[in-house]
Write a protein that binds this ligand. Structure first.
Ligand code: GCU
Length: 672
């Protein structure tokens, strides 16, 4: 049977030797309540029966799995206090001693849906519910995907086909894929979707498109997913025929108020707006000498009466500011702390440059105590080999979330900014730039489904571990066979570091080819603007390589808390993975292992190549453990990755070698 991966982590493949609790939970259920969401639960349980062999489908009596809201349960001895602590979206799963039932409960139908997915995931992975039970509430309120999808169905930085939103057929045709998309997201707790590109087209705010957006919102509603749109700042001029978009102009404010009223007539639970302003040519408040807060607050006022929010992006930089791009967002936003309306959250990319294979965390995290800040991760792999390079991103996300900002002393991790606990905010959010497209398997590389999955898990709980996520995803997606899961989990967990090794080791960054960012381009120079070139970032010359961001250079380091400044400004204490991010280092300088910087660089490139080669061998040994279709698909991508790791090594060593004038160490395969 074909397995094109369309079913993602919701495979519901037959369990080998199902235990009696698995059989009874799947065969005899009672579901209390009545709503479109409850209908989805019923359907899901029906689908999930595929996990049992046909002969195990015989009916067992006793309502073994009971699903119902707390108020409907009508049972004694339920763990009331733990249930009370659940948020609206939270759920409890526990074995009820008296009735011997497995119970899923929540305060809401959506919580029941989340709990149902969890039970089914436990059944598929063979993890039974412990005696203490499971009590889960999301730690982040708004868990959203950002689609960089254009109205012509191209996807900016999308590598898996075209946009799944078929604007031409909407609203009259509702494709099954919209349901499948919403179901997949609900199964990992994602509760919002921004349909359109941050480089926005104002047309999506016109009635013609709002009707289409409404049709999608209607599909997504029972799955607990709210729809958001990107708002082009100049919309009042472009579609409103006003002479200005000045946020302090009262006609502009009224235009946005009216526009919001109109949108909410179509979509009463519309989530709100995401805005990219004053960045990479996008219009914004700067055009009128206003601040980012002026712009954000105007939109916030417009959606406020309807309960909407504004996610205002901090990715603001421009070529007329001579400063290191690393510093620009901080310089712009830090002084605005406390100046945003209460329904504004500032959306900050994980690092200060742009979704590199490795970046130190963005210095704004922890630096704006009076303003809710949200995380923006990029799930799509703009700088990590697009669709064909395996890079499991959970370790990247986890590294950022676990990083200590020290802004409130030790233990001020980024995750605590994101879940609001560091500065006492309950308005919290996370965004992931989607990697989804019309490819049959949604994400191009089968393993990049894991990045969508991992994003959902970490948005729900930013303290989750990459290892657990990888294991769970593998078991749900392929098989529970540990001969497959263990080695492949190791391969996944190492894959991002492997990419760092063959692309940008030791803190190098943004040396990808120009504009498309696929493949190496350390030679890229000149061009439209300095900070879109590689030479700006690596600064290679005969005397060394790396961007000096200490006091002798751009001093971007001063934007971090003192303990980090101290640790990172010295060549002795800066972690090697950030070395060339913060320092310009001579080619012959010895690193920790006593070898020169040049030798270390070459050895990292070689390591990445070796690892990508080993992955092919590991994968080949899995041939009979999974289906042929996904096996061969992944194999050919791993082969591409290995060829391109060699390309990266050869290109970078040849290029940087012109400056270092040092021989390539013996252990390293010579460039052709
Ligand atoms: C990167 C990316 C752009 C995108 C931008 C953004 O610069 O290359 O395509 O628009 O990020 O996040 O706004």
């Amino acid at each position: 049977v074909a397995n094109d991966g369309y079913k993602l982590w919701l495979q519901y493949y037959p369990i080998e030797q199902a235990a009696s609790w698995q059989v009874s939970a799947l065969t005899d259920q009672k579901i209390l309540g009545n709503s479109p969401t409850i209908d989805l639960i019923k359907k899901e349980l029906e689908n999930a029966k595929a996990m049992l062999e046909p002969n195990k489908k015989k009916h067992q009596k006793g309502n073994n799995l009971l699903i119902g809201k707390v108020g409907d349960l009508n049972l004694n001895h339920i763990p009331t206090s733990q249930i009370e602590q659940l948020t609206d979206e939270g759920y409890a799963i526990f074995n009820h001693i008296g009735s011997r039932q497995l119970i899923v409960t929540s305060k809401t139908d959506l919580g029941l849906l989340y709990g149902t997915f969890k039970v089914l995931q436990l059944i598929q992975t063979g993890n039974s519910v412990s005696n203490e039970g499971l009590f889960e509430s999301p730690k982040v309120k708004h868990r959203v995907l950002n689609h960089w999808d254009n109205l012509d169905r191209t996807v900016e930085r999308g590598y898996s086909g075209f946009s799944i939103w078929n604007w031409h057929r909407l609203p009259r045709h509702i494709d099954q894929q919209y349901h499948d998309y919403a179901r997949a997201n609900a199964s990992i707790g994602i509760n919002g979707t921004v349909l359109t590109n941050v480089n926005a087209n104002a047309l999506v705010l016109t009635p013609e498109y709002l009707e289409k957006v409404k049709a999608l919102a209607d599909v997504f509603r029972p799955y607990g997913i709210k729809v958001y749109l990107t708002a082009r700042f100049s919309s009042p001029i472009e579609i409103g025929k006003l002479p200005t978009a000045d946020p302090l102009d009262s006609e502009v404010q009224s235009w946005w108020n009216e526009k919001a009223n109109e949108i909410y007539q179509y979509i009463p639970d519309f989530g709100g707006f995401v805005v990219k302003a004053d960045s990479e040519g996008q219009p914004g408040p700067h055009n009128y000498k206003r601040t980012q807060a002026d712009g954000a607050n105007m939109l916030a006022d417009a959606v406020k009466p309807h309960g909407g929010i504004v996610m205002w992006r901090a990715f603001v930089y421009n070529e007329h500011t001579p400063d290191d791009r690393h510093k620009q967002a901080y310089n712009e936003f830090k002084p605005l702390d406390g100046k945003f309306k209460e329904n504004v959250i500032v959306q900050v990319k994980n690092g200060a440059i742009d979704f590199q294979p490795r970046e130190p965390f963005h210095p704004l995290f922890g630096a704006m105590p009076q303003t809710p800040l949200m995380m923006e991760f990029q799930i799509t792999q703009e700088y990590l080999g697009h669709d064909t390079h395996l890079a499991f991103l959970a370790p990247l996300f986890e590294e950022v979330l676990k990083a200590d900002t020290y802004t409130q002393g030790n233990g001020s991790e980024v995750a605590k900014v994101i879940d609001g606990s560091l500065h006492g905010h309950d308005f919290t959010a996370m965004a992931g730039v989607a990697n989804i497209g019309t490819d049959r398997n949604w994400t191009g590389h089968h393993f990049h489904q894991a990045n969508w999955f991992a994003y959902g898990r970490l948005a729900w709980n930013p303290y989750s571990s990459s290892e657990e996520i990888a294991e769970e995803w593998l078991k749900l997606t392929f098989t529970s066979n540990s001969d497959f899961v263990n080695p492949i989990k190791k391969m996944m967990l190492n894959s991002r570091e492997m990419v760092v090794n063959y692309m940008t080791p030791l803190g190098l960054h943004h040396i990808m080819a120009e504009s498309h960012h696929y493949g190496p381009g350390p030679w890229v120079t000149g061009g439209r603007r300095a900070d879109w070139t590689a030479t700006y970032y690596h600064q290679a010359s005969e005397d060394g390589v790396g961007f000096d961001r200490t006091k002798t250079g751009s001093n971007a380091l001063e934007q971090y808390a003192t303990p980090l400044q101290e640790a990172w400004e010295s060549l002795e204490t800066v972690p090697e993975e950030y070395l060339l991010w913060f320092h310009h280092v001579s080619w012959s300088a010895p690193l920790k292992n006593g070898k020169s910087l040049w030798d270390n660089l070459a050895l990292h490139y070689q390591k990445g190549v070796d690892e990508s080669r080993e992955n092919i061998a590991i994968w080949k040994s899995m041939e009979r453990k999974i289906d042929h279709e996904r096996y061969t698909h992944v194999l050919s991508f791993l082969q591409i990755q290995n060829q391109e790791a060699i390309w990266w090594k050869d290109a970078c060593l040849t290029y940087f070698g012109q400056f270092s004038q040092m021989p390539i160490p013996e252990e390293v395969e010579k460039p052709l």
